[in-house]
Design a binder for this molecule. Structure first.
Ligand code: MTE
Length: 300
């Protein structure tokens, strides 16, 4: 399917050319991740310098495998990710269970280097591989009455030890407004550094919405439902005062228990300065218009 977005425009204007070229070379090599692990540290402060493979895959939130940052890397290996299918239903022309391989055959997978900002005030830069969610929704055919998109993570208590505890109301669910879902920056990621996405990061496919807090980026998606009303979302159900439906990155709206003005970039080292959080995580030029006329302190 056609690209709606020229990735180079989002990367090249902030990434020094030599870094860009080097990264391309790494990607060309078979051991892309291994090569990067040794190089990612020193220059991590500037622009969209990606975090290392090790950082991205060992410091995770995936509560189905435990609430510790290293739990997902330790326990997510037990999740069976093949075969995999995604059910697309609700207000679509062609509902059904779509096999992951069949989806991949029809989609254009490309690299997207995005800032990733967790609501807990840490951040990374991740070189995702993925395709635009809009292309998948077009494949299923969105019906005119659809206004929202609901997402659901697989729920397998036998393989997901964390779901034995009522930390959240399982399965993990998330949602977007249809225009957010159709935005060209919104992707379903299938890889990192050109390799298959590891289980702890949400294999075999997970949502990435770079201008929103990380918890909107739901992992290991098995269901996508087009609806006419705002769907429930896991963190909003757990604590509506702290986590809104929109959850756009916004340095001016503090979390009730901490400031959102700054963030800690993972991998920056013990003495690295916190960096200023940007409105819409730096993607305002592309997405601010989606929220024209909305009071973002009310729709947080
Ligand atoms: N998806 C599911 N199913 N379960 C989770 O616990 N955690 C969210 C999000 N998606 C989560 C999830 C949160 S809080 C964050 S910050 C990101 O995943 C973390 O993604 P990463 O581990 O790839 O950095």
């Amino acid at each position: 399917m056609a690209h709606r977005w020229t990735n180079d425009l989002t990367d090249r204007d902030v990434t020094p050319e030599d870094v860009y070229l080097t990264r391309r070379q790494w990607l060309a090599g078979a051991a892309a991740g291994a090569a990067l692990a040794g190089i990612g540290g020193p220059a991590a402060a500037s622009g969209l310098e990606p975090n290392t493979w090790d950082e991205i895959t060992s410091y995770n939130n995936y509560y189905e495998f435990g609430t510790g940052k290293d739990d997902p890397a330790m326990y997510a290996g037990g999740l069976t990710t093949a075969p995999w299918s995604v059910t697309i239903d609700g207000l679509v022309e062609r509902p059904g269970a779509y096999a992951f391989e069949d989806i991949l055959k029809k989609m254009t997978v490309e690299e997207r280097i995005y800032r990733f900002r967790c609501v807990e005030a840490w951040s990374m830069v991740v070189p995702w591989n993925g395709f635009e969610l809009a292309d998948l929704l077009d494949m299923a055919g969105v019906k005119p009455g659809a206004r929202y998109v609901a997402f659901e993570t697989v729920l397998r208590p036998d393989e997901m030890p964390g779901t034995r505890f009522p930390v959240l109301d399982w399965p993990y669910v998330e949602g977007l407004r249809l225009d957010e879902a159709m935005h060209p920056l919104t992707i379903l990621a299938t890889g990192i550094y050109g390799r298959d996405i590891p289980n702890q990061n949400g294999a075999p496919l997970r949502l990435v919405v770079p201008w929103k807090y990380g918890f909107k980026s739901i992992k290991s998606v098995v269901r996508i439902t087009l609806t006419d009303s705002e769907p429930p979302t896991s963190w909003n159900k757990a604590n509506p005062r702290e986590y809104g439906f929109y959850s756009n990155v916004n340095p001016e709206v503090d979390h009730p228990r901490w400031s959102q003005a700054t963030e800690r970039r993972i991998g920056g080292g013990l003495f690295s300065k916190r960096i200023e959080t940007q409105m819409f995580n730096g993607y305002g030029k592309d997405v601010a218009a989606l929220y024209d006329g909305m009071d973002l302190t009310k729709f947080f």
